[in-house]
Design a protein around this ligand. Sequence first.
Ligand SMILES: [Fe+2]
Length: 286
Amino acid sequence: MEAPGGPALTFRALHPTFGAECYGIDFSQPVPEETISDIRAAMARYGVLVFRRTQLDDAGHITFARQFGELDTSTVITMPWAKHRLAPHKELTDVGNIDNKGRLIPKHSMAFQGGRANGLFHVDCSFHARRAGYSILRAHQLPPKGTGGGTMFADTRTAYDDLEDLIKKDMDGYVLCHSSMHSKKIAAPDYTPFDIIKADEFSMIRQSEPVIKRLLQHASQDKYTFTVDWEDAGDLVIWDNTCVMHRACGGSFQGQYIRDMRRATVYDDSSSAWGLDALPRTVYWP
Ligand SMILES: [Fe+2]
């Protein structure tokens, strides 16, 4: 792919239907808009792009991510007693396994157990009113090679295409409502012993649960997935939450070695980014 203002990008496919490693970008320089357009085009085709050894720091990561649109800052909740580890960068979500003092988060802690929900296939920020588009995840510090920590992706476009027409018709028009607490409860039931749903929502959840479970099982079959192994600090992966799911693979590094990962999240700017709230658009929150 030839970029008029920059170098040609080359790609190495990672799966028959989606995902590629992308080469040809010098991240030590501002990335030209023409190259950003080429990355967008490649994202539409691949859904997941892997960039090795970018050498980006936090500020460079944010500058690059901003070139794709408005960044989510709502995931970072700052409390007087719990400073954001990556402050002042509220555009970066901390998805590492260390606390503010650089210590490993203990396995028995709520923070660790809550994080186990990342091991379930999901799309980022699905519990927000506004949908996430691209997630841009960078490795700041990795555990030793061979101790796990990969990220698995599932091609939901192909999985949807392969569904029977009857199921597609059945699903048409459904809108999902997701609470992150629900995922935490599935992933770590002993640490999340409560529900946050109202009594009158029980019947809806009862009906939708088997449908969601069946669709997740379908889309997470081996034939729709591949795993990115993080190789070096500075590796960066972009995925489009509107066409792939992902999950953290875990591994023997957990509770033993630091895995410091930082994510910028670009809002989806399509007409369906706000779900039904876009029809008509109502004042939700700024
Ligand atoms: Fe995620």
